[in-house]
Design a protein around this ligand. Structure first.
Ligand SMILES: Cc1ncc(COP(=O)(O)O)c(C=O)c1O
Length: 402
């Protein structure tokens, strides 16, 4: 160091953890948004932000709360009424007793996942990720200095967890398995038996199961099962959920964790240092969302089901594409390997030549490079137009090839 050139302040050791290959996952989506803003005719089937409005009673509750002056700090772990509503809804859903002290409120499931990993894994620790894995899971696993270790799930087994393969990846460095059912991007709804296998594995090896359940309401075949409902599950599980997908509330940023009884206070302490509370009027509206009946949630699920059916039928008829029909969620994986290009090349060209935005498969793991993820995020007529554009695009590539 000389007096002329002072050393730059250091930030990169920590900040570098949050980048890496998968941080480019949204490049095509971002480019699509810019093209659309400039007037291009783009069908956005990339980021999982569906086109529904939040149910009116929830928005009205937020407005009433704002007008009533609910604009102050909240208890750091969340408003008591909301923790109570989350505990009651979860208990009813899974037939188990969850107490409000197990619940900590976060601004969205993403933040909740990050917070849990900050508590569970530090330098040298491993978190098992089941591939295909949601885009942000590597960064989440690295939040406290640990790292994700991937176990690929087999497409020909419907991307169900293979407990023996997961067990083979466990070492003395493993701290947790991070999983997501219904799955993004696979749409797989984990079987209760496979999930019980993961719970048993965690108990045997003294590791945690972190269960991301943000798509719980979007199940078309089978049944959503939480590890909380399984034998021994509550003792080893941290559950993450939010209102983003179930109640069309992506922009409200309201999620939560459910932790084993004696550990929730760590997340409460973290919430104090990280957040100093979550927006009061949003929490009041969330109480309404969680105490309403499920009529609107189920109506949205039925619309998603029709969209899924239309998109799957349309894409399945295009030669060269292999689709993995999802049982839940709002996306499907499409294997484009037979077209001889990788998912990133395909997604960029599809946007430029056909105006359809999808997510390249590398976003979910290297074994998905030959795939793209397509969301059934718009009305059936729009999805049918997207299918026509994709069919013409695929046909033009096949002609160009040969
Ligand atoms: C699997 C999964 N987990 C978490 C999130 C983040 O959800 P939230 O909006 O509640 O932060 C998403 C968002 O798309 C997701 O797909």
């Amino acid at each position: 160091m000389t007096h002329d050139q002072p050393a730059a302040p250091r930030v990169l050791t920590a900040a570098g953890r949050f980048s890496g290959p998968r941080s480019r996952a949204w490049d095509v989506t971002d480019r699509a948004a810019k093209l659309a803003a400039a007037g291009a005719d783009i069908i956005q089937l990339g980021i999982g932000d569906p086109d529904f409005d939040t149910p009116a009673a929830i928005s009205e509750a937020a407005v009433a709360a704002l007008q009533a002056g609910r604009t102050h700090y909240s208890p750091f772990a969340g408003e008591p009424a909301l923790r109570e509503a989350i505990a009651r809804r979860t208990s009813e859903q899974h037939g188990v007793e969850v107490s409000p002290d197990q619940v900590v409120v976060f601004p969205g499931a993403q933040c909740a996942l990050f917070a849990i990993m900050l508590c569970l894994a530090e330098a040298g620790d491993h978190i098992i990720l089941l591939e295909p894995a949601y885009t942000t899971y590597d960064a989440v696993a690295q939040s406290g200095g640990g790292r994700g270790v991937r176990v690929p799930l087999a497409a020909d087994n419907g991307f169900q967890p293979d407990v023996r393969r997961v067990e083979a990846a466990i070492t003395e460095k493993t701290r947790a398995i991070l999983m997501n059912t219904p799955g993004n991007p696979s749409g797989t709804v984990f079987d209760a038996a496979a999930l019980q296998g993961l719970v048993d594995l965690c108990r045997r090896h003294g590791i945690w199961l972190v269960s991301d359940e943000v798509y719980w309401s979007l199940v078309y075949e089978g049944r959503h099962v939480s590890p909380l409902a399984l034998s021994g599950g509550a003792e080893v599980s941290f559950v993450v959920n939010s209102l983003s997908k179930s109640h069309a509330m992506t922009g409200w940023r309201l999620g939560w964790t459910i932790a084993p009884r004696d550990l929730a206070h760590h997340l409460g302490d973290l919430a104090q240092g990280l957040l100093f509370g979550v927006t009061q009027f949003v929490q009041d509206a969330a109480v309404v969302a969680l105490t309403q009946d499920l009529t609107e949630v189920e109506a949205m699920r039925e619309i998603f089901r029709q969209r899924r059916d239309a998109l799957c039928a349309g894409l399945a008829a295009i030669p060269g594409l292999e689709i993995h029909q999802p049982s839940g969620g709002m996306f499907l994986l499409v294997d484009i390997g037979d077209l001889g290009c990788d998912g990133e090349v395909f997604a960029n060209a599809l946007l430029d030549e056909a105006g359809v935005a999808v997510v390249p498969g590398f976003a979910f793991g290297d074994s998905l490079r030959h795939c793209v993820r397509i969301g059934f995020l718009r009305d059936v007529e729009v999805l049918e137009e997207a299918v026509r554009r994709i069919a013409a695009f695929v046909a033009s590539r096949a002609t160009a090839k040969g």
